[in-house]
Design a protein around this ligand. Structure first.
Ligand code: SF4
Length: 256
């Protein structure tokens, strides 16, 4: 998307513009080091457990130009550079605004900042190819290994997500995979074993993060006058998380 703004003299400057939900200036979870995390607005998935329900609507959030966003990142850049951190594009689904992020990441790299893309992989490889040329790390959510269960959980199948993981591996692009453990939905041992089998074939895989399902975003559903479909589900007990990690570690996967 482009945004025109008056400039000095009679010329008009044209800037790329994005729709974002919010930013976090001191993120420590979405990639290495300290990070500036941008939560892009809009998501094509409908995850039952979504804790960012307010990012779904592509027309929601607020607009920001690329120069304004880069100027804000630059205010904190010394923290990011000193910690080996950088910038993470998250969401929502950032891949919906891949062209903007490609330009953002190019400018971040010129400053020396590490770049990370946090995605569900739903758009598939095609729209991401150019963006991946300036991406240092992909954080990929694999939500379920069985496509029919993935569809029940998110509204879409998992084929493009798995294909993206394989593409990243072939291209040697570093990859962290995240898997949310939801009792009764993603914790069956057959799915975990299938996940392990899939992940062991990914050469660029650096980390597997098993994240226990939590209910912290439920209030956002209530703000929309909606009932969270998983409001009856409790977080998994610590021993269940340990068991899943043991299965993956048994396949020599870098699990955390
Ligand atoms: S992909 Fe993320 S933002 Fe989109 S519905 Fe799923 S959990 Fe929510």
């Amino acid at each position: 998307m482009l945004f025109s703004a008056p400039s000095m003299g009679c010329r008009t400057m044209t800037y790329p513009i994005a729709r974002i939900h919010s930013v976090e200036t001191f993120g420590t979870l979405d990639g290495p080091g300290i990070r500036y995390v941008i939560f892009f607005q809009g998501c094509p998935l409908r995850c039952l457990y979504c804790h960012n329900r307010d990012t779904w609507d592509t027309g929601g959030g607020r607009s920001i130009t690329l120069p304004d966003l880069v100027a804000d990142i630059r205010k904190y850049q010394d923290f990011y550079l000193a910690s080996g951190g950088g910038v993470t594009a998250s969401g929502g689904e950032p891949a919906l605004q891949a062209t903007f992020i490609q330009e953002l990441f190019s400018q971040c790299r010129e400053i020396g900042l590490h770049t990370a893309l946090d995605t569900s992989g739903y758009t598939g490889v095609g729209p991401l190819k150019d963006l991946l040329l300036v991406t240092d790390l992909v954080l990929l959510d694999i939500k379920h290994m069985h496509s029919d269960k993935h569809r029940q959980l998110t509204g879409v199948g998992n084929q493009r997500t798995l294909e993206l993981a394989q593409y990243l591996s072939r291209q040697g692009i570093p990859l962290w995979v995240r898997y949310i453990l939801i009792p009764g939905y993603t914790d069956d041992p057959g799915a975990i074993i299938k996940l392990a089998e899939f992940l062991t074939k990914l050469d660029s895989l650096q980390k597997v993060l098993i994240l226990p399902y939590h209910t912290m975003g439920v209030y956002k559903w209530e703000e929309f006058g909606l009932r969270n479909p998983l409001s009856h589900v409790s977080p998994p007990p610590p021993e269940a998380v340990v068991k899943v990690k043991q299965i993956l570690a048994g396949s020599n996967l870098p699990v955390e």
